[in-house]
Design a protein around this ligand. Structure first.
Ligand SMILES: *Cc1c(COP(=O)(O)O)cnc(C)c1O
Length: 408
């Protein structure tokens, strides 16, 4: 009798976005013709930039000719892309990461989930609350947790992020082995300063833990002193893995390309306590279970680092960040307490008059025809908050803010 992986039964049925969809559809069928503005999505809306599209086309054309056709590529990714990343994202910024430390993949969602497989089954995992749900759900699937209980899985160390701690968790008392951090943060839009990241690197060093650093939103940083990479912190090469993605940076959510950085010096321990290098393990997993990202996509990703590519991508990001600025200003003027939106495409707002996240969702939908994301959907510590994304168009953003201003 074949058995299922029973840990999957502990997962909460994808609740947040289906529930949002259900309420929106119900409203629209009861109120046909209403212009409902969606500011809930964590997906980009502007098309790929011209430099990227050109390289993408060239890649396809190469595949169409016998002389330039390519079959399987290197599993770790083509050297031209890994070298462009190492140079532009790291070396030019004074960060010591080489092309050999970089592993190209089809997404940070997969990477942040898959990475757990190279670490021992009984490792303790710490995640923030509220959080991007992938870190917790993949931990559950791997059978590392107990049951779900009022918003939390037993066995995971949850680190509350609230306005009292500026959405940067305190160092946990119970010591985790793997620590998921994401800055600039989804959903709170918060950033961690160098001093704050240094505390985490020192903590991981002292406790022989590893930080899994999700930097999916680093391209949205506008303030000079905010770190773009965990490797800007001394000692991080020994204790951190960094995940980056072209998804939000360059509109690749539907194109798929990302990368993971595993420095040579990063160590984990065997049962006898002997320190072993982590990179060969990730290389082994990647080359055994993954056969590389398609060649035209890697060509397209490399074009993000061309002169035109950089300029065009930064204009797209500036467009989203102008939306964020408008939203932050309008919501503040309307009396809301708002966070984020300066170095991340998300605004994290306190709900009106201490309403619950879902009550506020219903009020916004019914009275302003604006859809956002209830903060409680990202974890219990998100209760009483609401996430607005800056990925809607300019006109809709302005219109949504006008409607919110008129809310009673
Ligand atoms: C969007 C997002 C990613 C990117 O995931 P991809 O699989 O690369 O599209 C990673 N982390 C967070 C927190 C995100 O919001």
């Amino acid at each position: 009798m074949v058995r299922i992986n029973e840990h999957y039964l502990k997962l909460q049925a994808g609740y947040l976005f289906p529930e949002i969809g259900r309420r929106v559809n119900q409203y629209i069928s009861a109120n046909p013709g209403k212009n409902v503005i969606k500011m809930g999505i964590g997906d980009v809306t502007l098309p790929l930039v011209p430099a990227v599209v050109k390289a993408f086309h060239e890649g396809v054309d190469e595949m169409a000719k016998a002389e330039t056709f390519k079959g399987y590529g290197p599993e770790q990714g083509y050297a031209f892309l890994r070298e462009a990343i190492a140079k532009n994202d790291y070396k030019d910024k004074g960060i010591d990461i080489s092309a050999d430390d970089i592993f190209i993949s089809d997404g940070s969602k997969c990477d942040t989930g898959n990475i757990q497989e190279i670490f021992g089954h009984d490792n303790k995992i710490a995640i923030c609350d509220p959080v991007y749900p992938v870190y917790a759900d993949t931990t559950v699937m791997a059978g590392k947790t107990g049951r779900y209980n009022s918003g939390h899985f037993e066995g995971i160390i949850y680190m509350p992020c609230t306005k009292e701690n500026s959405f940067i968790p305190e160092l946990p008392k119970e010591i985790p082995d793997l620590i998921f951090l994401c800055y600039p943060n989804n959903p709170t839009g918060a950033v961690a300063s160098k001093e704050e990241l240094k505390k985490w690197v020192d903590y991981a060093t002292k406790n022989k833990s590893i930080i899994l650093y999700d930097a999916a939103y680093e391209a949205f940083i506008t303030e000079n002193d905010v770190p773009h990479s965990i490797y800007e912190i001394e000692g991080a090469r020994q204790v951190a893995i960094e995940f980056r993605s072209f998804s939000k940076t360059a509109g690749f959510t539907g194109t798929r390309c990302a990368f993971t950085v595993v420095p040579e010096e990063l160590k984990a321990y065997d049962p006898e306590g002997k320190a072993l290098s982590v990179k060969p393990l990730w290389n082994r997993r990647h080359t055994t279970k993954f056969n590389g990202v398609s060649y035209p996509v890697q060509k397209a990703a490399a074009a993000v680092y061309s002169e035109e590519g950089k300029k065009e991508v930064s204009e797209v990001i500036a467009y989203y960040m102008e939306n964020a600025r408008i939203m932050k200003e309008s919501l503040t003027r309307a009396g809301y307490e708002v966070f984020g939106g300066v170095n991340a495409p998300y605004i994290w707002a306190r709900t009106m008059n201490g309403m619950s996240s879902w009550d506020f969702f219903d009020k916004l939908l019914n009275e302003a025809n604006v859809v956002g994301t209830p903060g409680s959907g990202f974890g219990p510590a998100g209760e009483g908050y609401f996430r607005f994304s800056a990925f809607a168009g300019r006109e809709n953003t302005i219109e949504a803010m006008e409607r919110i201003k008129r809310l009673k």
